[in-house]
Design a protein around this ligand. Sequence first.
Ligand code: MN
Length: 161
Amino acid sequence: MGLRRRRAPARLGEVPLPPQTTTAVQDYLEQIHQLIEAKGYARAVDIAAHLGVSQASVSAMIQRMGAEGFVVYEKYRGLILTDKGRAIACHVIERHEILTRLLRGFGIDEATIYQDVEGMEHHISSQTLEVLTLLTEELETNPSLADKLRARLARGKAAGA
Ligand code: MN
């Protein structure tokens, strides 16, 4: 998935996601940021493919996000994020990365992780993110704790729990 791994997010959970941004806007900002990072530009056709929506929907949403000050269209660079748009994208991506790392530690399949994380990343508070970041880092640096939890999980499955 090409996600950057960051040990400790800067200023852990300091800035919450603005409550006025919808889940859809957050998803668009996340995708646009990732496309620009990966390819250098974010075309409507790629945004549409990644989000599973029509190009007409992308055009309408980009207009709305432009009016709200999250993106601008520049003649030679194409669609870019404003500072405000980038800040929100980075918060969503930070949540995505932490939640993914946490769940991967328990061997959940990638498709399930992706589906669950795409939902959770919009809804957890900064305080919860801080706890989950701590938990993720502890599990990644404490193999005996991780093994103990995985063993308990495996026993639960075997017992049909
Ligand atoms: Mn995501």
